[in-house]
Design a protein around this ligand. Structure first.
Ligand code: MRU
Length: 347
């Protein structure tokens, strides 16, 4: 797979952000055309686009398009309103905030230009964030490929693939990198209750690429790990604290504990933009709670008695002691992560 033929789940087409609606996969491939920050914010909040790096890229385009509307409202106010709206969508993925901060720096540098010229500069910045993300994923793939042999299945959770990034993926980038290195990789994909990112999205994109994948329910992971069916667990991250604690899709923590219990390496794949050096440890990472209704229904059908409520923590924190290595776009980080992440961050 060359750089040019990476599948891109979101990309700019002229003045429009084209975005594959992930709520409709795998049944339908529906592309949305978004031109305004508020509709991009809704797409992020409602998970038409999801996955930390992809959320960051979408938000960057939302910020870039923010100068378009607002009549006589000063550009500073238009930008600030869009930034607030986009920042309020999902709290855990740090890439969202990193992308918005980068866009704000660019905005401050071009705010005195004519609105069209300022928008062109912001759009170029968003394009750069998207292109850099694909490049980061490909580097993660190259660094991570050496960790896998293909002798047994690779287990992954959620979707940290092309769909969760500007293209290629982080955890699935490692898998793609190993496949490109000629290894006979097979994947076990946790279905990932309740949004089913594994069953719907990981299975969709791996089978599209001809990479063998079998879906298991989340509760089967311990069984397969204990029977020696898994050579490694590879997952993505929404935010990594300075000490190496990792926030990722709910269920990741349990999987990491099971991996350690069974002597199976547990790898986290993420670009350095996912590392939040301002968070000393996982306790400082904000964890999104989504509406309980998303747990109580499945494909529009109620799966629990009427009147019963539910909790939906969308992410959990895996303590650094369970993480064998973090595969970044600057190379492999090993414990102690406080040192190795800082070294990678300043490299
Ligand atoms: O709620 P989601 O689907 O946005 O959660 C996504 C994940 O947890 C991914 O593993 C993470 O964002 C890494 S994506 C490269």
């Amino acid at each position: 797979m060359s750089g040019a033929d990476v599948f891109r789940p979101l990309y700019r087409d002229g003045g429009v952000l084209r975005l594959l609606d992930q709520r409709r996969l795998p049944a339908e491939e529906v592309w949305l055309s978004l031109e305004r920050a508020p509709e991009i914010a809704i797409a992020i909040r409602d998970m038409a686009v999801r996955g930390a790096p992809a959320i960051g890229v979408a938000a960057a385009y939302g910020a870039a398009f923010s100068l378009r509307s607002g009549g006589s409202t000063p550009v500073e106010e238009r930008f600030a309103t869009a930034r607030r709206l986009l920042a309020a969508t999902r709290p855990t993925a740090v890439n969202l905030f990193a992308a918005l901060e980068r866009m704000e720096r660019r905005f401050l540098a071009v705010a005195d230009r004519a609105p069209d010229a300022a928008e062109a500069a912001l759009v170029a910045e968003a394009d750069a964030i998207a292109a850099e993300d694909i490049e980061s994923c490909r580097r993660i793939g190259r660094f991570g490929a050496a960790l896998l042999s293909g002798e047994r299945a690779v287990l992954t959770h959620c979707n940290a693939g092309a769909l969760a990034t500007a293209g290629y993926g982080t955890a699935l980038g490692v898998i793609r990198g190993a496949v490109e290195a000629g290894k006979p990789i097979r994947v076990l994909a946790d279905e990932t209750r309740p949004f089913l990112q594994g069953a719907r999205l990981t299975a969709w994109e791996l089978s599209r690429d001809g990479i063998p994948v079998e879906i298991i329910t989340d509760s089967m992971a311990g069984h397969f790990l204990s029977r020696g069916a898994v050579e490694a667990v590879v997952v993505g991250a929404d935010r990594i604290a300075a000490n190496g604690d990792v926030a990722n899709k709910i269920g990741t923590y349990g999987l990491a504990v099971l991996a350690k219990e069974n002597g199976v390496p547990f790898y986290v794949a993420a670009p350095m933009t996912t590392v939040d050096f301002a968070c000393p440890d996982g306790a400082a990472i904000p964890i999104e709670e989504r509406p309980g209704s998303e747990v109580l229904t499945f494909a529009g059908q109620a799966i629990a008695p009427a009147g019963v409520s539910a909790r939906y923590a969308a992410f959990d924190v895996t303590p650094a002691r369970y993480v064998t290595a973090i595969v970044t776009d600057r190379g492999l980080c090993r414990p102690p992560y406080g040192e190795s992440l800082r070294a990678a961050g300043s490299a």
